[in-house]
Design a protein around this ligand. Structure first.
Ligand code: FMN
Length: 322
């Protein structure tokens, strides 16, 4: 028995008429997803809108064991965006499976689990821990934008071979179960096409573009960084053109590779722009901090806009800029 009634989307007919979207073998009811780290680990956004009305909820990246994250302050506003160094705080995969996943299932959400690691072996462990829950998951997103403690803290996603190593250990464990495995990449490299090529060869069924941009903000009165960690990741409207460019370039170079777009999406027009660049699914991140209902509002806006563009299904705008 459920404690509370599951919220319904009163404007469901708006997006239903555009049909569903199939990406890397998985069918989603529409192209709008939450972005990892911006919608909690579980059903935190369920009081605000029907999570079942989204294509999927992508949960905050999970580590094999509980992880404390970075010292406060962890987030700060920037012009047209925000900077964060949350540090991937989380409950650990076993606790997530026990508490958060059931909460998401209780509100009929489609769930994508995101995993992260500090070593290749961490990713392997994370994949092993998720095997028993795969029937409840639509896809696994592998967050490669974290430092590798075995390699002078270089970011996995800035190194094509290291990224491939991670994807290989995850694909080895989860691929045989038929689950879609997305590689989430960083824009902080001029080698992105090489990284995409090597994660695709390693078995990634799609790429998620982009994670945050490396940034830093100083408080001139204290002469110190505004974040407890020092530097952080820049997100929000300011990075949208970087995301569009990355998606466009990757689509141009890899015609058949499914792309999930993310970065500064704050309205329906941004969604369609990303789809025209090459993303078949679009994630909403920082916009949710300003308004927890943003993912649903943006879905409605994008659906309305499709009509004004004469598009009758999501596929009509996909890759339209190429
Ligand atoms: C506070 C915060 C926490 C984040 N945590 C994660 C995370 O755990 N895993 C991940 O892959 N990306 C994480 N991200 C990156 C977002 O998923 C997204 O890629 C990025 O913020 C760009 O999208 P946006 O501009 O719409 O926020 C985080 C972003 C923010 C702002």
């Amino acid at each position: 028995m459920r404690d509370k009634p599951v919220l319904r989307d009163k404007k469901e007919s708006l997006w239903r008429s555009l049909g569903d979207v199939t990406t890397a073998g998985v069918t989603f009811k529409n192209p709008i997803l939450t972005a990892s780290g911006t919608a909690g680990h579980g059903a935190e956004l369920a009081p605000y809108f029907a999570l079942s009305s989204l294509g999927a909820v992508v949960v905050k990246s999970l580590y094999p064991t509980p992880w404390p994250g970075n010292p406060a302050p962890r987030v700060h506003n920037t012009p047209s965006g925000m900077i964060n160094a949350v540090g991937l705080q989380g409950p650990g995969i076993d606790a997530w499976i026990q508490h958060d996943l059931p909460a998401l299932r209780a509100v009929d959400a489609t769930v994508v689990a995101s995993i992260w690691g500090r070593t290749v072996d961490d990713y392997a462990k994370a994949a092993d821990q998720l095997v028993s829950s795969l029937s409840a998951l639509a896809a696994i997103e592998v967050n490669l934008s974290c430092p590798n403690i075995e390699g002078r803290s270089a970011i996995f996603a800035h190194d094509a071979e290291l990224s491939a190593q991670v994807m290989r250990v995850v694909v080895e464990r989860l691929g045989p179960h038929g689950v879609a495995i997305w590689a989430k990449l960083s824009p902080n490299t001029d080698r992105i096409l090489h990284v995409v090529e090597s994660v695709e060869k390693a078995g990634a069924t799609a790429v998620t573009l982009i994670n945050t941009l490396l940034g830093m903000q100083l408080d001139i009165s204290t002469r110190r960084a505004t974040l407890g960690n020092g530097g952080g990741g820049l997100s929000g409207r300011a990075i949208h053109p970087v995301a569009v460019r990355t998606i466009f370039d990757v689509r141009h170079a890899f015609a058949g590779l499914p792309i999930i777009g993310v970065g500064g999406v704050s309205n329906g027009s941004d969604v369609i722009e990303m789809m025209m660049a090459g993303a078949s699914l679009v994630q909403i991140g920082t916009a949710t901090f300003a308004d927890p209902r943003a993912p649903q509002k943006i879905l409605h806006e994008a659906s309305r806009l499709m009509g004004t563009l004469g598009a009758t299904k999501w596929g009509d705008v996909l890759n339209a800029a190429h």
